[in-house]
Design a protein around this ligand. Structure first.
Ligand code: ADP
Ligand code: MG
Length: 471
């Protein structure tokens, strides 16, 4: 008569040959044989999750191997011993392993309760439900739709209805900073929780994931770390570009990604670049990011900005005239976060000076804080604007009689071309009056000196700059 160890060892030999090394290590190496009574083998597991996982994914294999060792009416039960907890009563499964149906020995209906490892909880604190790490302010109600986000927003809404089963898996949201990636990803998570409260939703940004992983490695808890993430139904990983160059973290995420994707769990990723443009990520990971839908967020147009800014002002209960919001929608145009920065500065100034927000205050704050990043300047356009200002022609057939003004216009145009474009000094010289590099250096020096010493000249250069920026 074989003992429990021998029976389990024989099973393991077969199992090991049939599954990949990582899964073997992560799941089967964690359970130990406890006893064998007749044809009932009891395995001890350190967590409910491991039992559930084995049941869900390896039941066929397990059934076959057990039948081979113990006969057709082999039975299996688990004893779950959670670290730091007293031994749980053994869950008894008196039924023989059914012929075609997997045995589900877990007693919990949903996975929202976990025992043991949770990287989001400080050691020593009670480890209750997984907190999805979602902020209610990022709900869909607060996410204004526009052409800039239509595709991503609508994909997000259908994912929230049916997480994991739409073809948008993974959903990869990309766009530059401040365009609403985090907001949208969180909105999807919140909506899933609203429509499917039992689903385990988890939001984490790539840096936090990296820290948790590093700490798990140090504490020898990598398997627990993997198990934790593989329990999630909807995983939101924000700013995945931060994985660049982190090969170990990438490998681990890769395992989690594959496991979740195979089990039809939803994955949502955000990045400031599209998958083709992210550097420092392994090709096998990048190719997976393109399996579902890649949706880009672009800069909102004027109407959408107006709607977003109005919504924000109204939600925060800020008393501000609509003409001011219109002005802001026009001037603060590169991203929404920039608008929030301006709004905060306005509020601070209004509170500090005990004044209401006036147009004058707004113009001042905008001029001080908003760099006109949208605008692309060229040497040619700068030269033309400066010549217009002095009412002189910008082509070479310039009148000899206004030589002094022409020289000044060229010097000022060279000064702005140097600070507002990336063009080389030699090329600036060539485009403005066919001069050389040394002339441009001299021109810039002259303009700077005059600006410091001559108040009228200073104001004139400032006026030209305003004209350039408002064109
Ligand atoms: P990202 O993650 O792309 O850098 P965020 O999601 O943090 O950007 O968005 C920056 C700010 O702009 C947030 O406060 C967010 O609420 C707001 N925002 C962005 N897009 C919208 C939108 N379509 N509707 C309402 N608020 C938005
Ligand atoms: Mg973000």
């Amino acid at each position: 008569m074989l003992g429990h160890k021998e029976v389990w060892d024989s099973c393991l030999r077969i199992i090991r040959d049939n599954i990949n090394e990582e899964s073997y290590k992560a799941f089967f190496e964690k359970v130990t044989p406890l006893r064998l009574e007749g044809n009932m083998l009891t395995l001890q597991s350190p967590s409910q999750f491991i039992c559930d996982y084995i049941e869900e994914h390896y039941i066929d294999l397990l059934r076959k191997t057990l039948r081979k060792e113990l006969g057709a009416d082999a039975k299996l039960q688990y004893s779950i011993v959670v670290a730091g907890e007293a031994t749980r009563p053994v869950q008894s499964n008196s039924e023989p392993i059914p012929r075609n149906k997997p045995v589900l020995l877990s007693t919990t209906g949903s996975n929202t309760r976990i025992k043991g490892f949770n990287p989001f909880v400080m050691p020593g604190l009670p480890n209750l439900e997984i907190d999805p790490q979602l902020n209610p302010k990022y709900a869909f109600e607060n996410y204004i739709e526009g052409a800039c986000n239509k595709l991503a927003r609508n994909a997000g809404l259908s994912i929230a209805q049916n997480p994991g089963v739409t073809s948008f898996n993974p959903l990869f949201i990309n766009g530059s900073t401040g365009l609403g990636k985090t907001h949208l990803a969180q909105a999807i998570g919140l909506e899933v929780k609203k429509l499917h409260p039992d689903k385990v939703v988890l939001y984490v940004n790539a840096n936090k994931f990296k820290e948790q992983y590093t700490s798990a490695v140090q504490k020898n808890e990598t398997n627990n770390f993997l198990h934790f993430y593989q329990m999630v139904d909807v995983l939101i990983l924000d700013d995945v570009h931060d994985f660049a160059g982190q090969t170990k973290t990438q490998d681990t995420f890769f395992l989690i990604f594959d496991q979740l994707h195979r089990s039809k769990k939803q994955i949502i990723l955000t990045s400031d670049k599209s998958p083709v443009d992210i550097e420092g990520l392994e090709p096998r990971i990048l190719s997976r990011f393109k399996w579902g839908l890649v949706a880009e967020l672009s800069v909102p147009d004027y109407e959408t900005r107006l709607a977003i800014y109005r919504h924000k002002v109204q939600k925060d209960g800020i008393d501000i005239d609509d003409s001011i919001i219109e002005y802001l929608a026009d001037k603060v145009s590169s991203n929404v976060r920039e608008f929030e920065g301006v709004l905060n500065r306005l509020l601070a100034e209004a509170t500090f000076n005990r004044k209401s927000i006036s147009m004058e205050m707004v113009v001042n704050v905008v001029n001080k804080n908003i760099k006109n990043t949208q605008k692309e300047f060229t040497v040619d356009s700068i030269y033309k604007t400066v010549c217009d200002y002095f009412k002189i022609p910008s082509d070479d057939a310039q009148s000899k009689t206004r030589k002094r003004e022409i020289v000044q216009a060229r010097q000022i145009a060279m000064h702005f071309s140097k600070s507002m474009t990336k063009t080389s000094l030699a090329s600036i010289g060539a485009q403005i009056g066919g001069k050389n590099h040394a002339t441009v250096v001299h021109a810039c020096k002259t303009v700077n000196n005059l600006m410091e010493t001559d108040r009228n000249f200073f104001e004139m250069v400032n006026n030209i700059e305003k004209k350039l920026r408002s064109n």
